[in-house]
Design a protein around this ligand. Structure first.
Ligand code: NDP
Length: 329
């Protein structure tokens, strides 16, 4: 049997991607073979497709950090032929061949059964970015964030994949979402998704010279990091939390200990890659519970597998809007 995949090759320091027909004997080790229906484009895929960050050490390589599809065969008792499954994280698409392929072979431990109410396409509309957004929201709620207009929840990078998903999920859960974006022309779309207010990201872009500014936010899902995160920390209300999810604006963090000491602010790290299995199920089930299918579709763009590599520079430049699903059949 053969299958088509987007194969990355490295020559010198350059990485190139091409659709390639491969034999099943090329599939990596694993106990479950999945007929991949959908994958998605995430910021990390943009890095991998561009050969940045040394995330992939061994070529040729099939990228795609997430996938959803149907089990074709399984040596793992928990999965049978025909089961619908979703996979994010575990460095799939980095150290193990990933979802940009018609077929994937993976460890059963990495899979989650598709939650009731979600299709495989919807699961990838959510994908890694949406999964991390929900992880962030759950962490904030567990640290005291409550729905309602008196608890403004800031979401940064709101036009991007993680941010728009956070707006969608938090809005649906009744939170008062303040969406921060560099693309104010998207304000109406963000409002339709679930934002109560939309602000210009320029308001948060500079690291202030003072360690504390007026208390403003009851929680934050941050996709941006860098000086934006440093700024946000100075504006958190007493005893509230920031879910640090991303670094689209830089991986540095020049801050002081003052927000932590004088306002009891919590900085919660969000990692979707090694998130434990039980927690994954909780996150997926909450997603299935709150998600509005029409709104999820409204933030989704579909591309063919052969066309996804062309979008890598776009996502790295912060120009991709919402989520991109990749059709793999
Ligand atoms: P996107 O590129 O889709 O979104 C990032 C958004 O951030 C952009 O759309 C833009 O939104 C904003 N942005 C981009 N550049 C800058 C900048 N220089 N300064 C301020 N804002 C900027 O990426 P994703 O949403 O998929 O991912 C966002 C981040 O989250 C990435 O760093 C990614 O690696 C990380 N991530 C982390 C995960 C985890 O497990 N913790 C999982 C998935 C992603 P706007 O135009 O609205 O301002």
């Amino acid at each position: 049997m053969t299958f088509n995949a987007l194969l990355l090759e490295q020559t010198d320091e350059t990485v190139t991607a091409a659709m390639t027909e491969l034999g099943d004997d090329r599939l990596p080790e694993g106990d479950v073979t999945v007929a991949v229906e959908w994958s998605s484009l995430n910021y990390k895929d943009g890095m991998i497709l561009s050969g940045l960050g040394r995330l992939v050490r061994k070529y040729p390589h099939v990228p795609g950090v997430d996938l959803a599809g149907t089990v074709e065969s399984s040596d793992d008792d928990r999965y049978r032929q025909g089961d619908r499954v979703v996979l994010t994280g575990w460095r799939v698409g980095e150290t193990h061949w990933g979802g940009y392929s018609e077929r994937a072979r993976v460890k059963g431990d990495w899979l989650v059964p598709l939650p009731d109410g979600l299709t495989t396409r919807q699961a990838m509309s959510v994908g890694t970015a949406g999964f991390a957004a929900m992880q962030g929201l759950l962490a904030l709620e567990e640290h005291g964030l409550e729905p309602g207009p008196d608890q403004p929840l800031l979401v940064t990078g709101a036009s991007g994949g993680l941010g728009s998903s956070a707006v969608l999920f938090a809005g649906a859960a009744g939170h008062h979402v303040v969406a921060s974006t560099g693309r104010l022309e998207n304000a109406d779309e963000l409002t339709a998704l679930g934002a109560a207010e939309v602000i210009d990201r320029g308001e948060l872009a500079e690291n202030p010279s003072r360690p504390l500014l007026s208390e403003r936010w009851a929680g934050c899902v941050d996709a941006v990091g860098g000086d934006t995160l440093a700024h946000i920390l100075t504006e958190m209300r007493y005893g509230t939390s920031v879910a640090a999810c991303g670094l689209a604006g830089g991986n540095g963090l020049a801050t002081t200990v003052i927000p932590f000491l004088l306002r009891g602010v919590n900085l919660l790290g969000i990692d979707s890659v090694l998130c434990p299995t039980q927690r994954r199920r909780t996150v997926w089930n909450r997603i299935a519970e709150v998600v509005d299918a029409a709104k999820l579709e409204s933030l989704t763009t579909e591309v063919e597998l052969a066309d996804v590599a062309a979008l890598a520079p776009e996502i790295l430049a912060g120009k991709v809007k919402g989520r991109v699903v990749v059709s793999c059949r």
